[in-house]
Design a protein around this ligand. Structure first.
Ligand code: SF4
Length: 462
């Protein structure tokens, strides 16, 4: 029996791997690099310790497309965790099929992350990734529905775990007590999409570019981002590492239109000016438009604003910079301009907030705003029995629980819809909502929030 484990090298994926290994499963780790998160080195170190093969895959432009328009919206910052996890699981499914593995496992723990790991969200990821019951969460398996390898007996469900919630102590305890793991991996700092300091820059990028690219993503961490207007922004390096990143961005064959200012006779940082006014890459004799000349002058003044004034005032002839335009390098004079002090570093850009823009064919709000339903999710696992009376009793119990749950779900939805509408629902809307909730094809696993559908064709859940 062979399984792919989504493997970050963190404690959760490490324990998930060990739980499978102790049932004789051959594990292949899959580490996924995104434009905003790379933990491949930690994963490689840990995989070596566990003696498993590690495959590293990268999500690039497809990830950026998803980030611009995540079906399930953003989390607390610009982290589209549900879509991101789904993409990762799809990648794992591909690998599973390529190497003939039997199932995929992750280190997810039910309820560990309030925005992406509630039970219904875990089920949603299973479904949307196409893995269905071939996606196993060994750390929470016993609180989730049985998966294919549990059902066919390849995995002993009793030996899997039933962890829930955010606490890490119980996982550390398991690692120390049962697996004698001495070096417990530190909690991951996570991807930058979750960080408050990065989010405004990402929002700025999303606000001004319909489909940003990996190239745009690399600039997020490469210095101070200053927006000149709706069509242009500068990135000013803060240190040598930033300046190297800007050089690399300028040298990239996949770059957007941009020019690079490199300090000439003063001590300062490189400035990358990104704008559609910039000539095409590779142009041997680039013409600079009057608008572009304005941008360059402003970028030059910004370069001086962040330079060391004691150093750049030394040259009698005034500060100069090398302007890289396409394949051409020109020397230009820079002018101090106090007006550029008004250009603020992007910190509070009013880009897309959490799910501010409803996505077509998706719920208007994502898990971020959903109330917790976990306490009310009831999973009835009918016992395998040939006793008709027992089957009937289980069926009745199931019907009863479903009725109770429908009542709760109705109240919960009504409350949320009224909040979204800003007014009580009409009698007609209440009747329609009741009909929906009681219909047999109603999907209880989806968080359903947002405005009441205008007509019966649109479903609050879809
Ligand atoms: S924290 Fe980042 S890498 Fe992790 S699931 Fe969320 S968006 Fe993806």
């Amino acid at each position: 029996m062979k399984a792919i484990v989504l493997f970050s090298g963190g404690l959760d994926s490490l324990l998930a791997t060990r739980l499978l290994q102790e049932q004789g499963v051959e594990v292949v780790g899959l580490n996924i690099i995104t434009p905003f998160h790379d933990c491949s080195q930690e994963a490689a170190d840990r995989a070596q310790e566990l003696g498993i093969e590690l495959v590293v895959r990268e999500l690039g432009e497809d990830y950026m497309k998803m980030l611009a328009n995540p079906r399930w919206g953003y989390g607390a910052n610009v982290n589209p965790c549900l879509d991101c996890r789904t993409m990762m699981c799809r990648e794992a499914k591909k690998l599973m099929e390529e190497i003939g593995a039997d199932f995929v496992a992750t280190g997810e723990v039910s309820g560990q992350r309030p925005n992406s790991q509630k039970i219904h969200q875990l089920m949603l990821i299973s479904r949307e990734s196409g893995l269905g019951d071939k996606l196993v969460r060994p750390l929470s398996a016993k609180v989730l529905n049985p998966t294919a390898p549990e059902k066919d007996g390849s995995l002993d469900r009793e030996k899997l775990r039933s962890f829930t919630g955010r606490g890490r102590g119980k996982l550390v305890w398991l690692a120390r007590k049962d697996y004698d793991i001495k070096t417990i991996p530190q909690p991951s700092t996570g991807c930058v999409l979750c960080e408050n300091s990065y989010s405004p820059r990402v929002r700025d990028m999303l606000k001004h570019k319909a489909v940003p690219t990996v190239w745009d993503a690399r600039l997020i961490a490469a210095g101070r981002r200053l927006r000149l207007d709706e069509n242009a922004y500068c990135v000013v390096g803060r240190n040598q590492k930033d300046c190297d990143a800007l050089d690399a961005a300028f040298a990239s064959p996949n770059r957007s239109r941009c020019v690079l200012l490199y300090p000439g006779n003063y001590m300062g940082a490189s400035v990358l000016l990104v704008t559609d006014e910039a000539p095409e890459f590779g142009d041997e004799n680039p013409e600079i438009s009057p608008k572009m000349a304005e941008y360059v002058e402003t970028a030059g003044s910004l370069a001086l604003r962040f330079a060391n004034p004691e150093k750049y005032r030394q040259p009698a002839e005034g500060p100069t910079a090398r302007l890289h335009v396409g394949a051409v390098v020109r020397e230009i004079s820079l002018v101090e301009n106090p007006a550029v002090d008004a250009i603020r570093i992007v910190k509070e850009a009013d880009g897309p907030k959490k799910n501010a823009e409803p996505v077509e064919n998706a719920p208007e709000e994502a898990s971020e705003n959903a109330e917790s339903d976990d306490d009310f999710f009831v999973y009835v696992i009918p016992a395998e029995t040939s006793d008709d009376a027992e089957s009937l009793r289980v069926e009745e119990l199931f019907q009863e629980l479903q009725a109770q749950f429908s009542a709760y779900k109705f109240e919960s939805l009504k409350k949320r819809l009224e909040k979204a509408e800003g007014a009580p629902l009409s009698a007609d809307q209440i009747a329609r909502l009741k009909e929906r909730v009681n219909s047999s094809d109603f999907d209880f696993t989806l968080p359903i929030v947002g405005k009441f559908p205008e007509n019966d064709e649109s479903d609050a859940a879809e």
